[in-house]
Design a protein around this ligand. Sequence first.
Ligand code: ATP
Length: 303
Amino acid sequence: LIQLYIPLNFLGVMYREMKQAFIDMEKMFKLLSENREVQDKPNAPAVKITGAAIAFENVDFSYDGRRQILQGVSFEVPAGHTVAVVGASGSGKSTLARLLFRFYDVQQGRITIDGQDLRDVTQASVRAAMGIVPQDTVLFNDTIYYNIAYGRPGSTREEIVAAAEVAHIREFIERQPDGWETTVGERGLKLSGGEKQRVSIARTMLKNPPILIFDEATSALDSKTEKSIQGELRQIARDRSALVIAHRLSTVVDADAILVMHDGRIIERGSFRDLMAQDGRFAEMWRLQQEEDRHRIVEASVL
Ligand code: ATP
């Protein structure tokens, strides 16, 4: 009986993990009501990663076949580079991330990784090559140890502690009365937005993917946490190809390239210096945000 029990139990654990991973993904991209019917071609091979260069070539996309969300979007993330995307709410930033993760197929143009069209390789291999730090990380009702280890099942304790260290959450964990055994999630210790993002950064460190998608939290973090998370992000983005969906412009200053989206098109692109020199939409957004930040500081000092 025990011989039967072990594989069954293993299957049970696998199922639970897969289901949870799925829930995680769904939450990440607010996909609950979205269509996930992307099929692999018969006998599709796994994607072969050499440098992890990403290219969008003339991509058009619509969710419902009627309203055009992306139009003629072309850009590259050369191997090991960081490209940041900015633009008003609804301009199509997260859609780029969803397409790269192949939650949907494009209607025109193509998306490639190291020259391979995403539609010609397996979804599983594409997703295995990507680490996502979502806006709102889902925590399981389990220990903080489990929640980080989940990034790569089978990691050693040393690897997990090292990942937490890079994500600057180790000290916080070890300060808790139950340390690594502290239960988090709905029924345990509630973590702040910044702490949750750190758990997610630690998970991504463990997974060690060649491609990183970072969807910056829209909810305001205090400026110290924000700076520190931006630093950790720079560290994990080093030597990876990264697509950063930025809600705060301070995040993009160091990116190799910045794309400015407007109504599903890229209307400006370049480095921070280039865009400021162009004195167009980005420069205007930057000035507005600086002003807002100044108001916030004044308000905070009055209170
Ligand atoms: P934000 O900064 O608010 O996250 P965004 O720039 O990331 O915005 P997207 O999430 O890419 O914008 O959305 C682009 C457009 O696509 C929006 O008009 C949105 O309403 C629409 N959209 C997003 N998801 C779906 C969906 N599943 N079905 C239909 N339309 C959608």
